[in-house]
Design a protein. Structure first.
Length: 204
């Protein structure tokens, strides 16, 4: 029988071991090299992180134009009213290869734990998110379903990191200008003002 572990038990293990080591954001657990990218099947999501089904049993892919401005396919979705909607950034690709550190993790951490959380909690979440994703993608087979952006794995929503700036008090921020996906802008962010939540995630 193949051993398996769900996300919540995995996070408990990681957080427990966190007392032994704290990994800075952008670094990986020792002796385990991180992948450059990770393939993620992308779906429109419900507010609880589950996959939206317009028809029972039919998952709403972000590659479909009707869903590209909806939550899960973009954090700047049509139903939120604090910023201008921005479309799904991966075009017609249903399962894009996403930069692991500068795109996937940077958007997972603030969704799984808000950017205003205590720094020690964000650090623990960053370790857990990185380790869980690496564990999942190195399994053979990975899982009964492809690794995806829902709560079945970890909720990954494009531009979630950029939405932290809106939540920090800049409703006019629009990620279609700068930065673009896969660009690590952590080194240029000030640690106060509208970017304070983003800075917290960068330092996790």
């Amino acid at each position: 029988m193949r051993f398996s572990i769900d996300k919540h038990h995995f996070i408990v293990i990681i957080v427990f071991s966190f007392v032994l080591t704290i990994q800075p954001f952008g670094e990986t657990p020792s002796k385990v090299p991180a992948p450059n990218s990770i393939q993620v099947a992308m779906y429109r999501l419900n507010s609880n992180g589950s996959i939206y089904e317009a028809t029972p049993g039919v998952r709403a892919s972000c590659a479909t134009p009707d869903h590209q401005n909806r939550w899960g396919c973009t954090a700047f979705h049509v139903d939120q009213r604090t910023a201008t909607p921005v479309l799904y950034p991966y075009g017609s690709t249903p399962a894009p290869e996403v930069a692991f550190e500068t795109d996937y993790l940077k958007n997972v951490v603030p969704q799984e734990m808000r950017g205003g959380a205590p720094q020690i909690a964000l650090q623990a979440q960053a370790v857990a998110a990185r380790s869980y994703a690496m564990y999942q993608v190195t399994q053979t087979p990975v899982s009964p379903r492809p690794f995806n952006n829902s709560a079945e794995n970890q909720v990954f929503v494009p531009y979630r990191f950029e939405l932290l700036r809106v939540e920090g008090g800049d409703p006019g921020h629009n990620p279609t200008t700068t930065p673009t996906p896969n660009v690590n802008n952590c080194t240029t962010l000030p640690d106060s003002g509208v970017t304070r939540y983003q800075r917290n995630v960068c330092e996790a």
